[in-house]
Each structure stands twice: as structure tokens, then as C-alpha cells.
Design a protein around this ligand. Structure first.
Ligand code: SF4
Length: 339
């Protein structure tokens, strides 16, 4: 257990200020994430340097499609989450206490950065699998060391984090994939335990910072599959962020407590068509080969980046960031054409 940041003392309790739950924690009790607790008047974290998952993944698996496509990235996760989604795909690590999880091992930020640096052609480190907000101090310290070694840092998050810690992360994180789980606060309250508004604020903050941003939306039948609300969501992304922000529309499969059937492929295709009316880059996830796997030129539909599974090829972009067919300028600053 290691001292945590972002808290205040309120009489004999502690207020954690890391995420919008702002948990008021009595002595010897945990916050909602089951990771941070009040230890004799100090806020501590149980997941600093505690690794539950570590793999080298294609960057496309995060998913990030316009951030150094075709790269591999060392991906790590710890334990715990500030959401409790009944459909969580990674509930084994996200929904338990660090003390109940078997098989975690210790790696310091220094060791992690060294390991990432030693892997040939590794892009950097992705903080993913469980919610990186709940291992904030570990992310920040590791990302700083990784950056000093010339590596990139990537976060895959639910976006439910307070403004000040997010501001600190923006100093060291290069790219974000943030889940937008619904465009409906009652969904957030009922199925995640959180709220929509702080997530929207995080999306705006990341976008305005100039850091690379992509968004994932998991379509769950009967829970968040209203076409009307989805249109509102895609319009909000286009107007409040940018039509250039990639949207990954992902197919749900039953997981953890959720027994609903998988989302129909027809519905996913319909949502992709809708989103394409407002956004330039729309992708479908969790469905094999499909018409929304590759990146197309928004002007002439030439294939800019071709994807087949995790095989990625940058085909249609010139060295000066133009479409090879129509010659129009393409705003993909982190896509480096292959020689
Ligand atoms: S990070 Fe954990 S303890 Fe802190 S406010 Fe969020 S849920 Fe509560």
C-alpha cells in the first residue's frame, strides 16, 4: 500500500477527490473502487506497482486506429474500477479487491518503463484492461519515466475522472480511447454507478488539450440502442469535439452478470451508417471483417489505411499527409506513411 494523491480530510473521514464519486471514506474503509482506502487518516492505494495483466498488443486492439497504426504497445492493467457495469468484459480484474485477486505481481514504474523500452519496436505503454483512473499514481509515475525514454503513453478509460487529476495526466499521456457508454444519464446511473456529464467533460478536456482522442461506444440491445439517442450522441461528438474524432461502434456479447443476447450485426451496421452522416471516421468492432474496418478518405473514399484483422497497412496517404487519389489534405497527424 502506497500513499495516494487527491484527497482532503473531513473531521475523522477522508474525501477522495480522484473521480467524481468523491467518496467520503471512514477509517479502515474503502472507496467505491475497492482500491483506495482510509488508513489511519491517510488515503492509500493498494494497486501501486501491482500488475494483474501485461501483454504486448496491436495498438488497434485498444482500439486506437489513428495513433501510429500497425504498432505494438506494451499493455498493462491492475485491479479495480470506479464503475460496476453489469456487462463488464474484464470483471475478473475490475470488480474485485486487490487482496482477493490471485496472481498479481509487483513491478515498479521504473521496471515497467525499462521493460517497455527493451522491447524492439514497441511504441510505448498502454494503461488498460481495468480503469486506469483507479491506478492514477502508477500511471502518472510510469508515464513520466516512459516519456523520458521516448516512449508513448496511451490510456483506455471510462473518462470518469475529476478535472485536476485529468489535467495532470494530460501532461504525460499522448492518446486516449474513452468509452462513451450511452448518451443518457439514467443509463450511467443504473448500469455503471456513475454519471454521463463528467464523462462528456473529460472528452471535451482531452480534445481541447490536443491529445489524440478516439471514442468507443458498446451497443447493448434494449439498454442503449435507441437510434434517436445515438443520433444525438454522434451530433454532440461532431459539434462539441470534431467530426475528425474516430468512433468505434462495438458489438456487445454477454459477459459477467449480463445475459442479454449479442447485439445484432444489422443494428451495428445501421448505427455505423447513421454515425457516418456526422463523423468522418466510423469503425465497427467485435465483428470480423466488415465494411467499416479500414480508414477511407472522407473526400473520395479511397482506402487510406487498410485493416484486415490486426494486419494494418497505410496505403493511401502521401508523405505530406494527402490522399494519394484526390490529393486533398488529410488531418491524421499520428499516421506516418510507410516507406
Ligand atoms: S477513485 Fe475510488 S475512492 Fe476515489 S472517489 Fe473514485 S471510487 Fe471513490
Amino acid at each position: 500500500m502506497v500513499g495516494a494523491d487527491y484527497y482532503s480530510k473531513e473531521e475523522d473521514k477522508i474525501r477522495c477527490l480522484l473521480c467524481p464519486h468523491n467518496c467520503l471514506i471512514p477509517n479502515n474503509k474503502f472507496g467505491i473502487c475497492k482500491v483506495r482506502h482510509n488508513h489511519n487518516g491517510e488515503l492509500v492505494t493498494d494497486v501501486y506497482g501491482k500488475i494483474a495483466a501485461l501483454h504486448s498488443d496491436p495498438i488497434e486492439k485498444k482500439p486506437l486506429y489513428h495513433f501510429y497504426p500497425g504498432s505494438k504497445i506494451l499493455s498493462i492493467g491492475t485491479i479495480g474500477c470506479n464503475f460496476h457495469c453489469s456487462f463488464c468484459q474484464n470483471y475478473q480484474i475490475s470488480q474485485c479487491k486487490p487482496s482477493d485477486f490471485q496472481g498479481a505481481y509487483n513491478l515498479t514504474p521504473y521496471e515497467l518503463a525499462e521493460r517497455a523500452h527493451s522491447i524492439p519496436e514497441n511504441l510505448g505503454i498502454a494503461y488498460t484492461y481495468n480503469e486506469p483512473t483507479v491506478f492514477f499514481e502508477m500511471v502518472r509515475d510510469t508515464a513520466l519515466l516512459a516519456r523520458e525514454k521516448g516512449l508513448k503513453n496511451v490510456i483506455v478509460s471510462n473518462g470518469f475522472i475529476n478535472r485536476d487529476p485529468l489535467h495532470e495526466l494530460l501532461e504525460v499521456i499522448d492518446a486516449f480511447n474513452i468509452d462513451l457508454k450511452a448518451f443518457d444519464d439514467s443509463f450511467y446511473q443504473k448500469y455503471t454507478g456513475g454519471h454521463l456529464e463528467p464523462v462528456l467533460k473529460s472528452l471535451q478536456m482531452v480534445h481541447r488539450s490536443g491529445r489524440h482522442l478516439e471514442i468507443t461506444f458498446l451497443v447493448i440491445p434494449s439498454l442503449n440502442d435507441s437510434a434517436e439517442t445515438f443520433i444525438e450522441m454522434t451530433r454532440w461528438i461532431a459539434e462539441e469535439l470534431s467530426p475528425d474524432v474516430p468512433l468505434h461502434i462495438s458489438r456487445y456479447f454477454p459477459a459477467w452478470k449480463s445475459k442479454l443476447p449479442p447485439t445484432s450485426t444489422q443494428l451495428i451496421s445501421k448505427f455505423a451508417e447513421i454515425a457516418s452522416q456526422y463523423l468522418k471516421y466510423v469503425f465497427i468492432g467485435n465483428i470480423g471483417e466488415n465494411n467499416y474496418s479500414s480508414t477511407f478518405c472522407p473526400h473520395c473514399r479511397n482506402v487510406l489505411i487498410e485493416r484486415s484483422g490486426y494486419n494494418t497497412q497505410i496505403l493511401g496517404i502521401t508523405d505530406d499527409s494527402r490522399c494519394k487519389v484526390c490529393a486533398k489534405s488529410i488531418n491524421l497527424p499520428f499516421v506516418i506513411p510507410q516507406k
